[in-house]
Ligand binder design. Structure first.
Ligand code: 2PG
Ligand code: MG
Length: 434
């Protein structure tokens, strides 16, 4: 038997240079494991609370000393002396002790730090790779990555309102090949952007952040890069969008506004919810797009229902801000017929156990689950193991640059190697291309 001897948190920095929390757990057998917590920029209204100090004299109010104090002085006493394999029960006790709907008492960052460090120390104690410890003996599916090679929205200081323009190497034979295809397309895109005189600086998730005149132009540049790199768009590689539409939805007028163009005093388009759905449909008809995330705003449930009714059989419709990894909102989605997939982010809900429950709920209702990073990340590659553990078949973890993104790809390459002949790279595209 192994017991938790100590739990300690410190303040570290994430990929945007903002403070975040790292938790270290040590057992009575001197086994030690750490976990650190990511942070979003385009966060959903109903996410679990990320506790920030608000003290303007430190990190412009973004310090996490209060969350750290909660770990060291309130959560540690709950965990110390407990058995390291008691993940489910200990997550439950921490949630109960917090006793709020959105984990605002201790902070979801504090609770999740403990939850993830606990599972790592459990895996080390069991002498198992993390994905095997969490997922058991049937965990063997390597996820199809959604690689975000052009960044816009809240992740880049450029002209694009859509947040993510992604490629999916759906027909790659292995994960290793999927990474190679993605990397070659990424570098080809760089040279094409350069040729056209665009900047090749990258955004928060490592994709390029050029000032292109429209979403269509971004998509067309990617299609050119796919072809020039020697791949077939619509067959080997499909496209995925994360519109992050809550960011450009105007609540007062209930319309979707080309916000960045408006700000630059250029001609801009304003769309009603129905028009936004029709616009997305046009994009999907014109280009080999088979996955659309947050095409509508988080509270525009009627728009989601309308989009799903029209496009359910044709594309993967992914709820991120809409569901915030929370069973309550996912169930509402089932009832209303909103979306057919869910994005899974550990820190939207705040414990490993609840995250696994949400994935299970989605899968039992034939909703695809896609494990995802946040735009602010650390070197922690927990989500790579999680995607294999839960056999989700899909992961979204950014572009082919910046070590905070690459760390996850590298971990998956190692997992694939470790699984050997057991490894399966899933063609996770259940939607027929036109
Ligand atoms: C998203 C995420 C990750 P953020 O919207 O899907 O790409 O962004 O972490 O900023 O919410
Ligand atoms: Mg999103």
């Amino acid at each position: 038997m192994s017991y938790i001897r100590s739990v300690k948190a410190i303040e570290i920095l994430d990929s945007r240079g903002q403070p975040t929390i790292e938790v270290m757990i040590t057992t009575d057998k001197d086994i030690m494991a750490k976990a650190s917590i990511p942070s979003g920029a385009s966060t959903g209204e109903h996410e679990a609370l990320e506790l920030r100090d608000g003290d303007k004299l430190r990190y412009f109010g973004k310090g996490v000393l209060a969350a750290i104090d909660h770990v060291n002085n309130h959560l540690a006493p709950i965990l110390v002396g407990e058995h390291v394999f008691d993940q489910g029960r200990l997550d439950q006790i921490m949630v109960k002790a917090d006793n709020t709907e959105n984990k605002s008492h201790y902070g979801a960052n504090a609770i999740l730090g403990c939850s993830l460090a606990l599972s790592r120390v459990g895996a080390l104690t069991a002498k198992l790779p993390l994905y095997r410890y969490i997922g058991g003996c049937h965990a063997h599916i390597l996820p199809c990555p959604m690689m975000n090679i052009i960044n816009g929205g809240a992740h880049a200081d450029n002209s694009l309102d859509f947040q993510e323009f992604m490629i999916r190497p759906v027909r790659a034979p292995t994960f290793r090949e999927a990474v190679r295809w993605g990397s070659e397309i990424f570098h080809t895109l760089k040279s094409l952007l350069k040729e056209e005189g665009h900047v090749t600086a990258v955004g928060d998730e490592g994709g390029f952040a050029p000032n292109l005149e429209s979403n269509e132009k971004a998509i067309e540049m990617i299609l050119m890069a796919i072809e020039k790199a020697g791949y077939k768009a619509g067959h080997q590689i499909t496209l995925a969008l994360d519109c992050a539409a809550s960011e450009f939805y105007d609540k007062a007028s209930q319309t979707y506004i080309e916000k960045k163009k408006k700000k630059q005093k250029k001609n801009y388009i304003e769309r009603t919810s129905q028009e936004q759905v029709h616009y997305l449909e046009e994009l999907c008809a014109k280009y080999p797009i088979d996955s659309v995330e947050d095409g509508l705003a988080e509270n525009d449930w009627e728009g989601w229902r309308y989009f799903t009714e029209r496009m359910n059989k044709k594309v993967q419709i992914v709820g991120d801000d809409l569901f915030v990894t929370n069973p309550k909102f996912l169930k509402k989605g089932f009832q209303m017929g909103a979306a057919n997939s869910i994005l899974i982010k550990l820190n939207q809900i705040g414990t490993l156990t609840e995250t696994l429950e949400t994935i299970r709920l989605a899968q039992t209702h034939s909703y695809a689950a896609i494990v995802s990073h946040r735009s602010g990340e650390t070197e922690d590659s927990f989500i790579a193991d999680l995607s294999v553990a839960a056999n989700t078949g899909q992961i979204k973890t950014g572009s082919l640059s910046r070590m905070d993104r690459i760390a996850k790809y590298n971990r998956l390459l190692n997992i694939e190697e470790g699984l050997g002949s057991m490894a399966v790279y899933l063609d996770s595209n259940p939607f027929k291309l036109k």
